[in-house]
Ligand binder design. Structure first.
Ligand code: IMP
Length: 423
């Protein structure tokens, strides 16, 4: 059975967690393949809110949940997330497997990132300050520590001593920031390793066996394609690749096994952190959508920037990911507007373009070209089939599919599991 991947087709926070939660009902194995606890996937079950940062959302339905090699993992955060889930009655440890090849986020990564973001001031990227970028930097520089390195105590102590000495030099001499205590880091890691030792393995073997035996495997992308290190609005991006293409390298399978690519897209657009956002609206409109849409970061609690649906963006991310279908989320949030603008092209340097410029200088000169669609001005949160939606809401969804040239697979009209329409 070919595997399915759910990716974000905007700047993250598209509601991937909700979509993965729906699809994981049928899955047997759910796999995260990139990123770390900069991600935040929220799932509501009744009045209980579950916020995932590292653990695949599939754990909620008792599915085998893997943290793949492409991830960067902060074990302290993992333990905290596990404890919160356990307190809510969700079994974690028996269902969790962690790639021995995934990289560790260590205390100095977080300190270095905070020091650099502070130094940059108004030019900062606006990262989540979870140490993601510095951990991936160390991975690329071939001095990262991997989960598998925790097994050999002596080798770990040796590597850590050298690394902490090097990072402390940068922290103190470059930034004048507090230093890290190597012994404390080592002791904390040993305790965390003791807890997770049984879960650490070569997760690519589990995925390969699952695929070979025809099991339903679901890959849970994090962030959004517009935050991709290569294809996003660089440098205002994250340090991994949230695309469908990264499934193969991040999970350790051949690309031919990814059979279905579903992109999650909000019925409008949001972004957290700095960087270009062509359809961003002013605070007057944004404030009307922020509360109903819950537009505050799951990870950092920051108020999200808000804009209209941008066809130029989603056409690009559809191309990069090879989208088979779009899951449109948060459609209910638009119910308050008499008219809803949709950006269909950009006007740039005296010409119209349907393509998102890679050059941020050119992008800054682009103005969105809007098509205005009639709103439905009603509460659609009770709709359970496409036919239940008011005619103008149906028209809005159909028009997005037509403009983006991708069929719609799901429409989500609220945060609860049953507030979803399968097309
Ligand atoms: P980092 O991933 O913490 O390095 O942050 C880099 C940029 O990506 C910042 O603008 C973050 O706000 C953004 N970002 C990272 N992860 C997410 C996410 O899951 N949702 C939305 N934005 C994110």
């Amino acid at each position: 059975m070919p595997a399915t991947v759910v990716v974000g087709s905007q700047w993250g926070d598209e509601g991937k967690g909700r979509v993965v939660d729906l699809l994981s009902a049928e899955a047997e194995v759910v796999v995260r393949y990139q990123g770390g606890n900069n991600a935040g996937h929220t799932v509501w079950v009744g009045d209980r809110r579950f916020a995932f940062h590292l653990i695949p959302t599939g754990i909620l339905r008792g599915k085998l949940s893997l943290l793949g090699a492409g991830m960067v993992i902060d074990l302290e955060v993992l333990l905290q997330e596990e404890n919160e889930l356990a307190a809510a009655g969700v079994e974690v440890i028996g269902k969790l497997r962690i790639s021995e090849n995934a990289h560790l986020i260590l205390p100095y990564h977080k300190l270095l990132e905070a020091a650099e973001e502070d130094r940059l001031g108004s030019k900062a990227i606006g990262t989540t300050r979870r140490g993601i970028g510095p951990a991936y930097e160390d991975k690329a520089a071939r001095r990262g520590l991997r989960i598998g390195d925790l097994r050999d105590e002596d080798a770990l102590a040796d590597k850590l001593t050298g690394l902490v000495a090097y990072k402390n030099l940068i922290l103190s001499k470059v930034y004048g920031a507090p230093q890290v205590d190597a012994e404390k880091v080592f002791n904390d890691l040993r305790v965390l390793y003791g807890h997770y030792a049984e879960a650490i393995c070569d997760t690519s073997l589990i995925v390969a066996e699952a695929l070979a035996s025809g099991k339903n495997v679901l890959f849970e992308g994090a962030h959004g394609t517009m935050l991709d290190l290569d294809w996003g609005t660089y440098p205002y991006v994250t340090s991994s690749s949230p695309t469908s293409g990264a499934v193969a390298s991040g999970a350790g399978i051949g690309p031919k096994y990814v059979g279905r690519v579903i992109g999650a897209a909000k019925a409008y657009t949001t972004r957290v952190g700095a960087g270009p956002f062509p359809t961003e609206v002013g605070e007057e409109i944004a404030s009307q959508m922020r509360e109903p849409g819950g537009e505050f970061g799951t990870t950092t609690g920051r108020a999200r920037r808000i804009g209209w649906f941008d066809v130029v963006v989603v056409r690009k991310t559809s191309r990069i990911n090879g989208l088979d279908a779009l899951a449109i989320t948060h459609l209910d949030v638009l119910g308050q507007f008499a008219e809803i603008p949709v950006c269909v092209a950009y006007e740039c340097d005296g010409e119209q373009t349907a393509h998102f410029p890679n050059d941020l200088g050119r992008l800054a000169r682009c103005q969105p070209v809007y098509e205005t669609l009639p709103g439905w001005q009603s509460d659609i949160s009770g709709a359970r089939s496409f036919g239940d939606l008011p005619a103008n809401a149906q028209r809005y969804v159909r028009r997005i599919a037509e403009l983006v040239e991708v069929p719609i697979s799901h429409v989500l009209v609220g945060r609860q599991r049953d507030q979803s329409i399968l097309l």
